[in-house]
Structures are given as structure tokens and as C-alpha cells.
Design a protein around this ligand. Structure first.
Ligand SMILES: [Zn+2]
Length: 410
């Protein structure tokens, strides 16, 4: 009798629901709390009309553990026959429709998922991987349904690889609030089109900037759907640096091969010296790097060209910025370094957008932060078998969403 009252209080069970019995099963490490709907009036879950009872259905929900005992609510849930909606199961106050877990249990999983990897949470709470994915997916669905739908004025678009460069997702973030506002499978024009088209033209016109990589699919989509795009598209320092770093590395690899063939090992094992910003070097690195940097190696030249490009981001006037970048281009294009020339041409084709990023001081440092978090999500979620789960995880961690079950706030 006592424990019935205890569980009624712990579970917050109110009329018309009653705790009928509490069964302790030490062998299974389980507490089963049997609930029933007392003799009372039944409501249609859809319209709230009082209806005659139809039958009952057995259901189970996992609840928060009681002293490490897995706690299960076992309930015969009545169904009503509503004249308007037919036979429906009445709603229960402790869980959302379609979930095998109580709202409090889901909230616990949501809290854990903020701190630990998907599989750690599954292991810790004795849940299957899919059960955790289901809770995450429901949380995201709730969050997306609740959020205010407005097109942020400053956007950033990125492609993120999923499964080692095989598949991509397109991630759009709000550059002011630092949250992800859209995730789509793939990196095609349609991925972005769908997002833009879900907002009225007035909001699209109000967009101030769209920061992105020099990627045609995103450029074309933005040009088509964001009025005034030619002065809003910005190619930021982060993405430009990525292309140039890759080019420096290609030059180094080619040159290293050629040098090794002559028994010269100067470039061996130096990959990260060239990729790291020298400001972050410790003294011992400098002693290694300084003779390389000042050498006549092709890699040193490529590095110098990249480093200069990284210094051209402080201009405030379009005219000056453009002149500086064109000067840089004429040096880069005469460098006789094919990978560098390739990026130089790309930069020249996209010069207006680079200049826009320069004069507006768009650094995209925020996108770098988001990217790092997305890499963490990828690393902690090796079990993501499909892009849908990956998408959910990005929204879950970076969407700034209200994820908790509504049953908790009722
Ligand atoms: Zn009804």
C-alpha cells in the first residue's frame, strides 16, 4: 500500500490515473508499476469530446530507474469511440504519442546525449542503438516544429562530408546566432534551393550576406533566389585558406618526390610545418622551419604566396581590396607552380565575393567552430549508418532547438 502511494508521488500520477500495484522483480532487476484509469470520463485525444469507452490496450513505458532498478509502467490504456474521430487511444500525461519511454526518461537521454557519445549513452542506460536514435529523432522533430521560421539575415553555407568524403550534407547556419538552421543531404543546388524557397521573397531580399566556399552549386542557387546576391555572396578567409593550403601541400608532395629521387631529404616529414600558421610555432619549430622557408625550394615559394593571401583581409574599401588581390594574383599566376596557379584562377573568377568578405570583415571564424563541433559529432557517432541520423545529430547539437518532450511542461 505504502509503495503505491510512493510511486503515485514519484510519478506525479493524478486522477483519473491510479497506481494499482507495484511489482518488484529482483531477478530481472526490474520494478513494474501497474497503472489504471479509474472510473471516470474519457476524452477523445483529438477533439477532447467526452466519449464512451471502447476497450483497453496493454502498453509499457520505460521510466527513470528506481535505485538502479529498471522501472516500467505497465498500463491498460483505454480507447474511446469518438463520433467524429472513431476509435482512438486516450492520451497519457507521462509520455508522448508513439514513444516507448516516459517523457522524463526521454529528457534524461536528451541530457546525457549532450555530454556523451551516442554509443556511451546506449551502453550506460541499457538501450539499443536504435532506441537512442529514435529519442534523438523525436527530440529534433519537436524542436523543428517549435522553432520560429524566419530567414536569418546573415547566413553561412558549408558542405560537410559524411563517411569519409563519400557523401556530403549541406549545412546552413545563422552567422549571428551561431546555430545550424538547415541540413540537407547532398551538396547540390537543390539542397540550398529548398531552404531558400521555404521563405517569402521579402525575407530573402532582407538577407545581408551569404558566406560560402567557391562552389558553383551554392553560388547559382543563391544568385537565383536571393535578390541582390552579387553583393551578398562572400567567400571567406577560412575557405580561401583551405584551397591554398591544399595547393601548398600538392607542391610539397611533388617536390619531395623529386628531391628524394636525388637523395635530398629536406622536405621529408615537413607536411605540418607548412600547413600550420607560424604564429603558433614554438621556438624549436622555428629553428626547423626558418631555413626551409627562406630556401629556394618551390614549396617555400608556394608557402609565401599563400601567406601573402592571408594578409589581404584588412581592407575597408572595395577598390583597395581589389587592387591588392589583383597584385597577388599576378604574382601567383607567374609562379610556375601549377596547383597555386589553379587556385589563383579560381580566386580571380570569384574576386567580387572575396572582396565582399574582406570589406565586411567576414572571417567565418564561427563556421570554423561549428565545423569543429560537426567533426566531433562525426567522430563520436561511428554508428551513423545513414545521413538521416547524421542530420538529426547536427540539429540536435547545433540547432539551438527546444528538444524536451511537451509532457514535461504541461
Ligand atoms: Zn474526437
Amino acid at each position: 500500500m505504502r509503495d503505491k502511494e510512493l510511486y503515485r508521488k514519484i510519478l506525479g500520477i493524478d486522477e483519473p490515473w491510479q497506481v494499482k500495484d507495484v511489482e518488484l522483480d529482483p531477478a530481472k532487476g526490474e520494478v513494474r508499476v501497474l497503472l489504471e484509469h479509474g472510473a471516470g470520463r474519457l476524452q477523445c485525444p483529438e477533439c477532447g469530446a467526452l466519449c464512451p469507452g471502447y476497450d483497453t490496450r496493454p502498453r509499457r513505458w520505460r521510466h527513470l530507474d528506481t535505485c538502479q532498478f529498471r522501472t516500467i509502467l505497465v498500463v491498460r490504456v483505454p480507447r474511446v469511440e469518438c463520433p467524429a474521430h472513431g476509435v482512438r487511444q486516450v492520451s497519457v500525461p507521462w509520455a508522448e504519442e508513439g514513444s516507448a519511454f516516459t517523457a522524463l526518461f526521454e529528457a534524461l537521454v536528451i541530457d546525457w546525449l549532450q555530454e556523451a557519445s551516442h554509443s556511451a549513452v546506449a551502453r550506460q542506460l541499457g538501450l539499443g542503438w536504435d532506441a537512442v536514435a529514435g529519442i534523438m529523432s523525436r527530440a529534433v522533430r519537436r524542436g523543428l516544429a517549435r522553432r520560429e521560421s524566419r530567414l536569418p539575415p546573415r547566413l553561412g553555407v558549408d558542405e560537410v562530408s559524411f563517411r569519409k568524403g563519400q557523401d556530403y550534407v549541406t549545412v546552413v547556419h545563422d552567422a549571428e546566432r551561431r546555430i545550424v538552421v538547415h541540413v540537407a543531404e547532398g551538396r547540390t543546388r537543390e539542397c540550398l534551393d529548398t531552404f531558400y524557397k521555404s521563405f517569402p521573397e521579402a525575407e530573402r531580399t532582407a538577407v545581408e550576406s551569404v558566406t560560402m566556399d567557391m562552389w558553383d552549386a551554392y553560388i547559382v542557387s543563391t544568385e537565383q533566389l536571393i535578390p541582390g546576391a552579387e553583393r551578398k555572396i562572400a567567400f571567406d578567409k577560412f575557405h580561401v585558406a583551405q584551397h591554398l593550403s591544399k595547393a601548398v601541400d600538392q607542391v610539397r608532395r611533388q617536390e619531395n618526390r623529386a628531391l628524394l629521387a636525388q637523395g635530398d631529404e629536406r622536405l621529408k616529414g615537413t607536411k605540418f610545418l607548412w600547413l600550420r600558421h607560424p604564429d603558433h610555432f614554438h621556438d624549436d619549430r622555428w629553428t626547423l622551419f626558418e631555413p626551409l622557408r627562406t630556401s629556394t625550394l618551390r614549396t617555400a615559394r608556394a608557402w609565401a604566396i599563400k601567406t601573402l593571401a592571408m594578409e589581404l583581409w584588412h581592407y575597408r574599401r572595395r577598390g583597395w581590396a581589389k587592387k591588392a588581390w589583383l597584385r597577388w594574383y599576378s604574382w601567383a599566376i607567374r609562379s610556375r607552380l601549377e596547383p597555386i596557379k589553379k587556385v589563383a584562377r579560381m580566386i580571380k573568377r570569384h574576386l567580387e565575393g572575396i572582396v565582399t568578405a574582406v570589406v565586411r570583415g567576414i572571417t567565418n571564424a564561427r563556421a570554423e567552430g561549428l565545423n569543429a563541433k560537426i567533426q566531433w559529432i562525426k567522430a563520436t557517432a561511428r554508428g551513423f549508418r545513414n545521413p538521416e541520423n547524421y542530420r538529426n545529430a547536427i540539429y540536435f547539437h547545433l540547432g539551438g532547438l527546444d528538444l524536451y518532450p511537451a509532457a514535461l511542461t504541461r
